[in-house]
Design a protein around this ligand. Sequence first.
Ligand code: NAD
Length: 448
Amino acid sequence: MNIAVIGAGYVGLVTGACFAELGNQVTCIDVNKDKITKLRDGILPIYEPGLDTMVVSNMQQGRLNFATSLAELTAHPEVIFIAVGTPSDKEGAADIKYVLEAAKDIGSHIKQYCVIVDKSTVPVGMADQVREAVLQALATRALSVDFDVVSNPEFLREGAAIEDFMRPDRVVIGLASDNAKRIMLDLYLPILRSAERLYFMNVKDAEMTKYAANAMLATRISFMNEMAVLCDKMGVDIENVRIGIGSDARIGNAFLYPGCGYGGSCFPKDVRALVKMAEQNGVEPFILNAVEKRNMMQKQFLAQKVKQVFGDDLSTITLGVWGLSFKPGTDDMREASSLVLLEEVIKRGARVKAYDPAAMPVAREIMPKEWFDTGKLTLTEQQNEALKDVDALLLVTEWKPFCYPDIGVMKSLMRKKIIFDGRNQYDPQQMRAAGFDYHGIGRPSGDC
Ligand SMILES: NC(=O)c1ccc[n+]([C@@H]2O[C@H](COP(=O)([O-])OP(=O)(O)OC[C@H]3O[C@@H](n4cnc5c(N)ncnc54)[C@H](O)[C@@H]3O)[C@@H](O)[C@H]2O)c1
């Protein structure tokens, strides 16, 4: 099948590379010319395990190409995915301008029937707006071209995106046309091998499914974070509580891990967008508001613990930070907990030495230049360099190499033996036995 993917970011690039891997002819299109030039040279704009190899091999096989506009395509695509960003606008609603621009671009170039697929996370009713934008652009060309608009929300996780795309739990497709259904079935059957996990529904149902899924996962995280804060106060170990409730088949273990807040390009903005949708429809979003509020507070939790130990003035201390990306396996720092933590401790005078296996180039770009120039923030070449002469270590992202460190080396490098474990990765008893003052999330001192 001939496919175009508009937007070559985390979702667009994975979608394009995976469909090319399945034998389709794919062109990924992005308005960012620099990104496209680099991609043509096999240089990826993001870190995602396995994606670079897949992109390069499919380019070499001639199945994957890159362009800056639909105008560059030589063959007409049967399916056009829209995978552009939908960040929060000033009010917290999803900013749909990039989706509408993509739709206009499609209407300005299509010449024959195609299926337009919203893969971006878009507010309920967006497919109708996309249809309208395409029709308007066709009208300016005095053309009538048949097309369908389909909603096919993406559920991949950064860090495991290829695996998730190629072996999804389910594929959700919202549509209202038999022609589009046949094409989408053809497209996805190689991935699913049977249609059992392919759920067809109305377009609006599919649009809402994506928001409801992310809001549910964010809710579980915020619920556990709230439990952890309570456990902290009451001398209860949240890790035992987590195991105790997660083993209940009705609850399950997934997304029950307390920490220093969720971030990334999806949960925060999607919860906010759902809040806006609820308000616009006269529904008070009690739960969603609480999920968001708990998360904002949780992002401050580590800094609060640091202040409890060192006081409000941190100008005499140096902190080591392990992990900057919003989660392991990605270089994505959008709404990462590390941003809130660094802002707070640096504002109070602390110096920070930070290390991340993938996100340091991004950190160099987005962190205030003044922090680097004044030596407030140093990014270290190696993990253990971030421990040298520090007064405490803060674990912010649970990358594997941080979870099993050499305790002897840590002790020899750190000035003071204090650990703030923002992801509950260490055994408090083991760390305390090794001489560390250990602070987790909902893991009070004492026997567990
Ligand atoms: N990142 C994830 O893990 C994830 C998972 C599921 C769903 N989503 C959703 O997928 C969508 C894309 O997310 P992302 O993380 O890939 O975003 P991204 O910011 O990484 O990539 C978006 C890309 O679209 C390009 N773009 C913007 N307007 C364009 C236009 N008119 N024509 C061509 N290119 C254009 C940008 O230059 C950028 O490269 C969002 O709606 C997001 O909520 C993301």
